[in-house]
Design a protein around this ligand. Structure first.
Ligand SMILES: Nc1ncnc2c1ncn2[C@@H]1O[C@H](COP(=O)(O)OP(=O)(O)O)[C@@H](O)[C@H]1O
Ligand SMILES: [Mg+2]
Length: 262
């Protein structure tokens, strides 16, 4: 399968968002334009509060933009849509269902037949190192394992778009590195369009085809950097001078905005 066949194009045109609450107005997002190619892996980095989660929710149709529009595979988004997978920072598993049933809840919710997806669920769980844990309850798992289950749940229905909002933010550094490696494998296998929000600069460079650097609130796109590094992004790639140059370029953007001060 061609990678691009499994992903959809996402077009963000002139999107901004202002929240109104009582007399308070917060402009969360400035004017954002971005065309994401089918199957592309885009990482968005930006300081806390710059509107990253707001942008993700607008793309998912969970929030309406104040201005502009989102088109996914040519369709203008006007409300929540289901042809996507989302992973949040905390995994939100159902305490009373085991790992396998937590994955299959995605199929239940869509009115599908969970039995038809059992084999695929087992295959994906094995890919993220959860073979043998299918029958465990969420409370029996580490934070990293719970997040792995949440990632499998987001992918079980083979969505053409995967959106992740700081999915590894609550994990320790070693687990985070392994999750990054496993996520790249899952993406290389299938090539769903992926929108990955992080405030980890090296994580963004390690994963993405393009890194979108956001300004402080109201978030606008400051720079878009093509990451021309071979895949898989193994130790040699991560340790290469080119990798460090990309990270430096992003750090400098943040220094210019006072987000990072030495
Ligand atoms: N529902 C809301 N109502 C009012 N303000 C909000 C709401 N959601 C987010 N904001 C504000 O919008 C800004 C951007 O938030 P968010 O998108 O969560 O940022 P990020 O994910 O980049 O940290 C913040 O100042 C936040 O307080
Ligand atoms: Mg956020």
């Amino acid at each position: 399968m061609q990678r691009s066949e499994a992903g959809v194009p996402v077009l963000i045109s002139g999107v901004s968002k202002t929240f109104h609450r009582a007399e308070m107005q917060t402009q969360a997002l400035g004017h954002v334009d971005l065309a994401v190619k089918p199957g592309e892996f885009v990482a968005v980095v930006g300081p806390s509060g710059c509107g990253k989660s707001t942008l993700l929710k607008i793309i998912a149709g969970l929030l309406g933009p104040s201005e502009g529009k989102i088109e996914i595979a040519g369709n203008v988004i006007s409300g929540p849509h289901t042809d996507l997978g989302i992973v949040f920072q905390s995994p939100v598993l159902l305490d009373w269902r085991n790992v396998l049933d937590n994955v299959l809840v995605q199929i239940d919710l869509r009115g599908g037949d969970p039995d038809a997806y059992r084999e695929r669920a087992m295959m994906l769980l094995a890919k993220v190192g959860l073979a043998g844990f299918e029958n465990r309850m969420p409370r029996e798992l580490s934070g990293g394992m719970r997040q792995r289950a949440a990632i499998v749940r987001a992918l079980i229905h083979t969505p053409p778009l995967l959106m992740m909002d700081e999915p590894f933010g609550a994990l320790d550094a070693l687990t985070r590195e392994q999750m990054r490696i496993d996520l790249e494998k899952l993406w290389l296998d299938r090539g769903q369009t992926t929108f990955f929000i992080t405030h980890g600069i090296s994580e963004a460079v390690a994963l993405a085809d393009r890194v979108v650097v956001m300004t402080p609130r109201p978030g606008r796109i400051e720079r878009i950097i093509d990451i021309d590094l071979p895949r898989p992004r193994n130790k040699a790639v991560i340790n290469s001078p080119r990798f460090t140059e990309y990270c430096d370029e992003i750090t400098e953007c943040f220094m210019r905005h006072g987000v990072i001060q030495y």
